[in-house]
Design a protein around this ligand. Structure first.
Ligand code: ATP
Ligand code: MG
Length: 183
């Protein structure tokens, strides 16, 4: 599984739709302070279902929508689409057979979020489900943010265990067991 591109539209500073391709195994995003580098990472967390505005460096969930700048008025909605190369079939469930998986989230000023998988409307948990155990999620270790290493070093045993279980790929089985037990 590999992230092929991110399409940003109306998200934070990215008002006009733009697609950022990730053509090689290593990509660096560089630019002056405030140009939007961290906004790209926020976009990945957000589309994976992040529901804390604070984690996305805002105060409310609609703060991710372009809020206007000199010469540009605010707009009504934000969307992000991530396209994954899934030729190795790592992204599973009903999507295991797809060579490409597109995950999209859209939010309006009414704070309504909608999620899409390969263009079909889905639930937030459908997205969480296919990424469980891959290391990619709103809070998982595929994204190492500032301060995360020291948080891990100082983590309580249960928190550390959650991280290790995600890395070992067993968190999805625990989640399924929890669901079955709650039925
Ligand atoms: P640094 O090098 O300082 O870490 P950076 O490249 O990571 O900078 P970001 O934090 O990604 O920069 O981008 C910050 C910019 O995004 C600011 O200019 C801010 O005004 C703009 N921004 C954030 N949210 C919105 C929004 N909702 N509407 C318009 N602009 C926004
Ligand atoms: Mg930054």
């Amino acid at each position: 599984m590999r992230l092929k591109s991110i399409k940003l539209a109306g998200f934070k500073s990215f008002v006009d739709p733009v697609t950022v391709p990730f053509d090689s195994n290593m990509t660096a995003i560089v630019g002056p302070n405030g140009c939007g580098k961290s906004n790209v990472i926020d976009a990945v967390r957000w589309v994976m279902g992040e529901s804390s505005a604070k984690t996305l460096r805002g105060e409310s969930m609609t703060d991710v929508i372009f809020n206007g700048s000199t010469g540009r008025s605010p707009i009504g909605q934000a969307s992000i689409e991530l396209v994954f190369d899934n030729r190795d079939g790592e992204l599973g469930g009903a999507y295991a057979g797809y060579n490409e998986i597109a995950v999209k989230r859209l939010v309006t000023r009414e704070a309504q979020s909608s999620y899409f998988l390969n263009g079909q409307k889905c639930r937030r948990r459908d997205i969480a489900d296919i990424f469980l155990g891959t290391g990619l999620g709103p809070r998982s270790y595929a994204i190492i943010g500032q301060g995360m290493i020291s948080r891990l070093v100082e983590a309580r045993p249960e928190e550390l265990r959650n991280t290790l279980e995600e890395a070992a790929g067993i968190s999805k089985y625990k989640e399924r067991r929890r669901e079955t037990e709650n039925r």
